[in-house]
Design a protein around this ligand. Sequence first.
Ligand code: ZN
Length: 239
Amino acid sequence: MGGCHSYASTSGSVREADTSSKAEEFCDIIGYKLKNNNTRAAPSLEEKPYLMQDYVSERIAEIDVRTLTELPEGFDKAEWMASHTVAFFKHINLFSSALSEFCTSGTCPAAVGPGDVTYCWTDEQGKKVKCSAPLYTDFTMSYIQELLGDEEVFPTKVGSPFPKGFEFLLQRIFLYLFHALAHLYWAHFRDVVRLDMHPHLNTLFVHFITFCREFQLLESSDTGPLEDLISTLCQYHRT
Ligand SMILES: [Zn+2]
């Protein structure tokens, strides 16, 4: 288990029973798909509940995220990317805040993501620092917020140019936002489900990933640990 939270059900629980039967169902599907001597092990649904069909198929509405993401004709690309960056930051920050009572230095002493990847903050001296998940979130969100408020980086006045290296900066911002989402899926998905937020989280994540792919903002090596979720979500949400 790579989660940093104890997920033992206290309610006895219909949800646990559902989980068990769905886990069997999912393993059947995976087993079927992996015939022909493909011996890759199916993911454990205990470890990755976000892959369960009942959850992964949920979203808030039928949305054509590809059209929503593509640069419309006549729009400035940098403006388009900047406005989406602000919107993704606000939404992801909102999710992190809504789940902050579950993500403490006690429950999450390290900022872990799928596959037990640990995200480290790089301090001003360029040194990597291991920190708790809430502290990592605080560092990264504060860093992004400061950039978004910097007129030199995200100009708001008409005709002001975006800086050189703007897209490189966006890549870093989107990497931090991806880490926040990855931590929520990996460590807090059961909390997300309890709060019935998973349709929103799935919709946001699909939109986020589609946007990153459209504008090459994330490396496949960065998204690799969540590739199983990404491909399953994209299949359900037809992106
Ligand atoms: Zn956490």
